[in-house]
Design a protein around this ligand. Structure first.
Ligand code: DGL
Length: 274
């Protein structure tokens, strides 16, 4: 880390509200740090967009968080982690700045859950097409077979707070059935989009009891804690006043209303242009 740059908040980025399912867990586990959450609600969804578009949008948001003083940014978004993280890390980072994603922490521990070595991935179309989960799971556990299914309607359902509606039940049941039809031995399903845990009460109705459903929030929070223990210079670059700030590229009042539901407590949001 650059010793001359002052410490700053940890940035948490997502295309919209989904990252709140990760941020909530991080903030509960590590309440001492300052955080800035940035939701690119004006341009959500990312999951149906091209590689270049997701990379460019993600880069703009990450650099906005750097400008606001963050030295460490978490991409609390699988689509951005799949399509932008590697390029950002290799080509774009200014000295003293770090970006981490959500795919590696998840694929590192998935073997702890499966006994059949057959896992299902529910994700956006972009994440599924990138094959990032297959590639990363096989780096650690080549014996695990990965079955994928994309759920293009789930993110709009969450963004519009259509969570316990007939439409949500229809699409969640249909997508889970289509995933599980690929193999009757899938015993673990990863919700590989940070929006999906917000649909958990509906998801649990349609997943057989013997199948474990994994949400990434607690996994990413634990992995961040471990990372900060192992990287003292990064830890020292994170300010510690327990303060939270929320920014959205869309309407802040709308963001406050929905974020409160997903984050579990009232939030104060401001508009930001990236
Ligand atoms: N929450 C994001 C993810 O984890 C992206 C959803 C979207 O914008 O399509 O993939």
């Amino acid at each position: 880390m650059d010793k001359t740059s002052p410490s700053g908040p940890i940035g948490i980025f997502d295309s919209g509200y989904g990252g709140l399912s990760v941020f909530k867990e991080i903030q509960q586990l590590l309440p001492q740090y300052d955080y800035i959450y940035l939701g690119d609600n004006a341009r959500v969804p990312y999951g149906t967009r091209s590689f270049d578009t997701v990379y460019n949008y993600t880069k703009q948001c990450v650099f906005k968080l750097f400008e606001m003083g963050c030295n460490l940014v978490i991409l609390a978004c699988n689509t951005a982690s799949a399509k932008a993280l590697r390029t950002l890390q290799h080509n774009d980072l200014p000295a003293g700045k770090k970006v981490l994603g959500v795919i590696r922490p998840t694929t590192e521990i998935v073997h702890n859950y499966t006994k059949t070595n057959k896992i299902g991935i529910l994700a956006t179309t972009g994440t599924v097409k990138s094959e990032s989960y297959k590639i990363e799971v096989h780096k650690f556990n080549p014996e695990i077979e990965v079955f994928q299914h994309d759920c293009p309607f789930w993110v709009p359902l969450v963004e519009n707070n259509e969570i316990n509606t007939e439409g949500a039940h229809y699409f969640v049941q249909k997508d889970i059935r289509e995933l599980l039809q690929q193999s009757d031995q899938i015993d673990t399903i990863v919700l590989a989009c940070t929006h999906y845990p917000l649909l958990l009460p509906v998801i649990e109705k349609y997943v057989p009891k013997a199948v474990t459903v994994i949400s990434q929030g607690p996994i990413v929070a634990g992995s961040l804690q471990d990372y900060l223990h192992r990287h003292a210079e990064v830890e020292a670059s994170c300010s510690k006043n327990g303060q939270l700030a929320f920014y959205t590229t869309d309407d802040p009042r709308d963001f406050e209303t929905k974020a409160q539901i997903f984050f579990g407590k009232p939030v104060d949001a401001s508009h930001i242009s990236v």
